[in-house]
Ligand binder design. Structure first.
Ligand code: F6R
Length: 594
C-alpha cells in the first residue's frame, strides 16, 4: 500500500532508477505519484502528478533530473483525495518526505504546528512529518536528530524516507509496521531504500529487510556507507539475503497484463506447490483450527474448512481478521491458529496474529512472501509457492493457498495432482468461452454467484473478483440462501453465475437456479462434463448459458478448475469493459492500513 523508492548515489544519473522502480511499485498504489531530488544545483526539486507513472514522466519531461539523492512514491490515498497537492513527496523548507502507512496523531501534531506558524497545503497526514522535521531543524537541530525527534512524536504504522537540501549526503529511513528493504547496487555506486524487494528487483543482488522500529542512515562521502539503528537508537546489523525477485517475475513476459500471466501460471503453481509441500499439522495436539485472514485469503480459509473438517474431523472456524482482532476471541492451547496472507503484510491479519501471540499461543502463517512481517512474526511458516503476484486481484496465490490447505489435511498420495493440473490447463484452453460469457454479463446491473458446499467459497471468490475488476455489484451466496432475501433483486437485468459441478449438491443447486429463472433472471451455469447428459430442462432456456468444465475423478479436487474459470470470467468482463485489469480503481496490493 503505497510504494517507496529512494536512492543515494555516487553518480548523478538517478532518474532512470527512480522511474523504473516506481513503475514496478505501481501495484502498491496508483492514484498519484511523485519524485523529489536534490539537483546538481544543490536545490530540492519536486514533480508530482495524479494517475500513472507515465503521467509523472510526462510532467517531468522538461527537467533534466540529475542529482545524487532522490525519493519517489506511488500513492494509495488514505488521508485526502487523489489530487496533485496530496501526492507525495511532501516538502517543507528543503525537507522531502515519502511515507507509506498512517500517522494516527496527525491532527494533534498539525494543531501544534499551526500554532507555531506552519501552514499546510494538503489534506494528508504525511505533510505533518515534513513540517515536524523542518520545525526541529528550524530550532537548530541537525537533520538526523530532527528526523529521530519527529519520528518519536508520531504514532501509527509507517515506513518513511526523508531527504534534506541542507544535508544532501544523507538518506534517512524508518520502518514501523510497514515493510522496508535496503540494498547496494552491484557496483556499490548506489544505495537504495524501498518499500519492497520488487522495487529493487533489477537494482540489487542482495537485499536487507529492516525490522520493527529500525532506522537506516545512509551517507555519501567518497564512498557510500549505511548503518541500521534499532528502536533504542543503538547500532545493529541486519542480515542481507539474495534478492530472489527476478526480472522474469516482475515482467509480463508476452502477456497483455500481469493478471492474465498470473492466471496462466495457475497450473505451474499447482505442480510447484505439490512438489515442494513438506508440512504437517499435528492433529493429536489440535482439537480445532481457527483460520484468520482477509479478502481472497479469507475465502481460501472458507474453502479449506470444507476439506479439513471432512478429512480430519476437527472443527474449523474461519474469521475475518479485522473483526477477530477487535473482539475478545476465545482461544485455547489446543486450537491451531492459521493466518493466511499472500503479501504477509496485511495489517488486519498481522494485528490479529499479534493478538493471538500476546495471549501466549503459537501461530502458523500461510504466506506467499517469506520475508514478510507475518512470516517473521509467526512461530511456524508454511510458504505458498505462487511466486511474485503483481496483479492487484489475487489469482494464482489463491490457488496456492487452497492447495496448501488441502495438502495439510490430505495424504499427498491421494491427490490426483496431474489430473488437477491438466484440468486447469483445459480450462485455460477454453478461454474463448469465458470471453463470450463475459460479453453477455458485462451489461448486467448486478450479479449473483451461487454455489453449495465447496462451491460456495468459490462463488464468494468469483463475486469478489468480478466486483473489484468490473465494478458491477456482485454478491456471492450459498445457493440455498438466495431465496431468503436476495432473490428479491432478481429480474431480467440480473445475471447469476451458478457454480454447480456434478457432485452431491448438484440437483439442489439446479433447483435454486430454476427459482432464479422463474423470475426472469439470466444464468451462466458453470458445471462439469459429467452433467452434460443429464436432463435438467432449463438448458434449452434462452436465459441460460452453460460452460462445461473438466469433471475430476475426485469431487474434492473439483474447485481447482472452477477457480480458474471464475478468474478468467472476471478478467475478460473487465477487459471487455475497457478497464485496467491490473490496477482496478480504489485498490492496491498489500493493504498495510486498517
Ligand atoms: C482480492 C484480493 C484481496 C486480498 C486481501 C488480503 O483479489 O487480492 O482481497 O486477498 O487484501 O491480502 P493478503 O492475502 O495479502 O493478506
Amino acid at each position: 500500500m503505497c510504494g517507496i523508492i529512494s536512492v543515494l548515489s555516487l553518480k548523478t544519473k538517478i532518474a532512470n532508477c527512480l522511474f523504473s522502480s516506481l513503475e514496478r511499485l505501481e501495484y502498491r498504489g496508483y492514484d498519484s505519484a511523485g519524485i523529489a531530488y536534490i539537483g546538481i544545483d544543490a536545490k530540492l526539486h519536486r514533480v508530482r502528478s495524479i494517475g500513472t507513472i507515465d503521467n509523472l514522466k510526462r510532467a517531468a519531461r522538461e527537467l533534466s533530473i540529475e542529482g545524487y539523492i532522490g525519493v519517489g512514491h506511488t500513492r494509495w490515498a488514505t488521508h485526502g483525495k487523489v489530487t496533485e497537492v496530496n501526492a507525495h513527496p511532501h516538502i517543507c523548507k528543503g525537507v522531502a518526505i515519502v511515507h507509506n502507512g498512517i500517522v494516527e496523531n496527525y491532527q494533534e501534531l498539525k494543531k501544534e504546528l499551526l500554532k507555531s506558524g506552519y501552514t499546510f497545503e494538503s489534506e494528508t497526514d504525511t505533510e505533518v512529518i515534513a513540517k515536524l522535521v523542518a520545525s526541529y531543524i528550524d530550532n537548530g537541530i541537525d537533520f538526523q536528530s530532527a528526523f529521530k525527534h519527529a519520528i518519536s512524536e508520531i504514532s501509527g504504522t509507517f515506513a518513511i524516507v526523508a531527504i534534506y537540501e541542507g544535508a544532501p549526503h544523507l538518506l534517512l529511513g524508518v520502518k514501523k509496521g510497514s515493510p522496508m528493504a535496503i540494498g547496494f547496487s552491484k557496483d556499490n555506486q548506489n544505495f537504495y531504500i524501498a518499500s519492497d524487494a520488487v522495487a529493487l528487483s533489477t537494482l540489487v543482488e542482495n537485499v536487507t529487510y529492516l525490522e520493527e522500529g529500525d532506522f537506516v542512515i545512509a551517507e555519501k562521502r567518497d564512498t557510500l556507507t549505511y548503518k541500521v539503528l534499532d528502536n533504542l537508537w543503538s547500532e545493529t546489523s541486519r542480515k542481507s539475503v539474495p534478492n530472489r525477485v527476478s526480472l522474469h517475475d516482475v515482467e509480463k513476459n508476452g502477456y497483455e497484463t500481469f493478471m492474465l500471466k498470473e492466471i496462466f501460471e495457475e497450473p505451474k503453481v499447482i505442480r510447484l506447490t505439490f512438489d515442494k509441500f513438506e508440512y504437517n499439522l499435528n492433529t493429536s495436539k489440535h482439537k480445532s483450527i481457527s483460520i484468520i485472514a482477509c479478502g481472497t485469503s479469507y475465502y481460501a480459509g472458507l474453502l479449506a474448512k470444507y476439506w479439513v473438517e471432512e478429512a480430519l474431523k476437527i472443527r474449523v472456524d474461519v474469521e475475518i481478521a479485522s473483526e477477530f482482532r477487535y473482539r475478545d476471541p476465545l482461544l485455547s492451547a489446543d486450537t491451531a491458529c492459521i493466518f493466511i496472507s499472500q503479501s504477509g503484510e496485511t495489517i488486519d491479519t498481522l494485528s490479529a496474529l499479534r493478538l493471538v501471540k500476546s495471549r501466549g499461543y503459537k501461530v502458523i502463517a500461510l504466506v506467499n512472501v517469506e520475508s514478510s512481517s507475518i512470516a517473521r512474526e509467526a512461530d511456524f511458516v508454511i510458504k505458498t509457492e505462487a511466486g511474485i503476484e503483481i496483479g492487484v486481484a489475487s489469482t494464482k496465490a489463491f490457488v496456492a493457498q487452497i492447495l496448501s490447505m488441502l495438502m495439510l489435511c490430505t495424504d499427498r498420495n491421494s491427490l490426483a495432482i496431474t489430473e488437477i493440473e491438466t484440468s486447469v490447463r483445459t480450462v485455460l484452453n477454453m478461454e474463448k468461452k469465458f470471453i463470450d460469457a463475459a460479453r453477455k454479463i458485462m451489461s448486467s446491473n448486478s450479479l449473483f454467484y451461487i454455489g453449495r458446499g465447496p462451491s460456495y467459497p468459490v462463488a464468494l471468490e468469483g463475486a469478489l473478483k468480478m466486483k473489484e475488476l468490473s465494478y458491477i455489484p456482485a454478491e456471492g451466496y450459498p445457493a440455498g440462501e438466495i431465496k431468503h432475501g436476495p432473490i428479491a433483486i432478481v429480474d431480467e437485468d440480473v445475471y447469476t453465475v451458478v457454480i454447480a459441478p456434478l457432485d452431491k449438491y448438484f440437483e439442489k443447486t439446479i433447483s435454486n437456479a430454476q427459482e432464479i429463472l422463474a423470475r426472469n433472471g439470466k444464468i451462466l451455469l458453470l458445471t462439469t462434463e459429467g452433467a452434460k447428459n443429464l436432463s435438467y430442462d432449463f438448458r434449452e432456456n434462452e436465459n441460460v448459458d452453460c460452460i462445461f468444465l473438466p469433471q475430476l475423478s475426485n469431487p474434492v479436487h473439483q474447485p481447482f478448475c472452477l477457480v480458474t474459470a471464475i478468474h478468467l470470467l472476471a478478467y475478460h468482463t473487465s477487459k471487455l469493459m475497457g478497464y485496467d485489469v491490473d490496477k482496478p480503481r480504489n485498490l492496491a496490493k498489500s493493504v498495510t492500513v486498517e
